[in-house]
Design a protein around this ligand. Structure first.
Ligand SMILES: [Zn+2]
Length: 315
């Protein structure tokens, strides 16, 4: 693999250690008035620093909720502390992927990985949160993408935020559960919402800009900021036309010779059903229906690995 280009610079987060909440690197501002608890998290993957840069910027705005609570949190800080721009892939996690462990069974297990210890601290915070935005980035160049569970409340929140342009609702067909799939969020009996934004390629300058813009749109959607207050802080001033999609299929590579027919970056839309998108050994992978959208193609997938997802546009 070619050495990655690291355009973003990791901020110094040590000043955020004690937020007075009892959980390191979590800051909460309580209006004292009833209302929703809104939270933005970064560094669920320790090397995805775009979210940390966005939060570092937002801290300086001294935002305070008029109702409910606002929290900012840096999640896998132990992994982040190992971030090295000359070897940036190495610090995704310490012992296990923080975003694959959000089942009660795993959280309540005897496991003592660095991530489980931190996860148990943060679980008490997440149990109190009503609306969560978790900021991530991706391995390869791809347009930004919001990932949500396929529940009406999440679709409504993603539409309210209105950014980024593409929203994929449904499973990612990966093992384990992500924070946004933690039971209280992925439950029709609660009105809690959670969204995960993939801002673009790790460490690209534009990814940092998308992270900040997505956070600002979320803060407007949740009533923490007004659109007027947020306006001067956006990199991108206009709101794109949104495309909300349901992820319908996971594509798993069968052979070790899986290759896409073009260098797709993700979010391509194919007009006709049956359009070839990849060759997998002797087999051809085709779109299952008309106007199908390719989600997160993995150009390095080997047999048994997730190679892509297909999604259908809602409405
Ligand atoms: Zn991530």
């Amino acid at each position: 693999m070619a050495a990655p280009v690291v355009e973003l610079e990791a901020p110094d987060l040590r000043k955020y250690r004690d937020g007075g909440t009892g959980v390191d690197y979590v800051h909460t501002w309580d209006s004292g008035e009833p209302g929703r608890h809104v939270m933005i998290t970064a560094l669920t993957h320790g090397n995805e620093i775009c979210g940390a840069i966005a939060l570092d910027y937002l801290f300086d705005l001294n935002l305070r909720p008029k109702t409910g609570k606002l929290s900012f949190g840096f999640v896998n800080i132990q992994a982040f502390e190992r971030f090295d721009p000359t070897d940036p892939y190495a610090s995704r996690f310490v012992d296990e992927d923080f975003n694959r462990m959000w089942t009660e069974e795993h959280l309540d297990s005897d496991g003592m990985t660095a991530e489980l210890v931190r996860g148990r601290e943060l679980r008490s915070v997440f149990d109190d949160v009503d609306d969560l935005l978790d900021i991530h980035s991706m391995t390869s160049f791809s347009p930004p993408l919001m990932l949500i569970n396929i529940l009406d409340k999440h679709i409504a929140m993603s539409r309210r935020a209105g950014y980024p342009a593409d929203v994929a609702a449904g499973p990612v067909y990966a093992p384990g559960k992500r924070i946004i799939e933690y039971t209280p969020f992925d439950d029709t009996e609660t009105d809690k919402t959670a969204m995960l934004v993939e801002c673009g390629e790790h460490w690209a300058k534009a990814t940092g800009e998308v992270a900040r813009d997505t956070a600002l749109h979320f803060l407007v959607a949740t009533g923490i900021m007004t659109a007027d207050e947020a306006a001067e802080h956006f990199h991108r001033k206009d709101k794109p036309t949104q495309r909300v999609m349901e992820v319908t299929h996971g594509v798993t590579a069968i052979s070790n010779d899986f290759r896409f027919v073009e260098s797709f970056v993700g979010c391509e839309q194919f007009e006709k059903a049956g359009t070839p998108v990849a060759e997998d050994g002797d087999a051809t992978v085709v779109t299952p229906y008309a106007n199908c959208v390719l989600i997160m193609p993995n150009h390095r997938s080997k047999g048994g690995q997730r190679a892509a997802r297909f999604a259908r546009i809602l409405d």
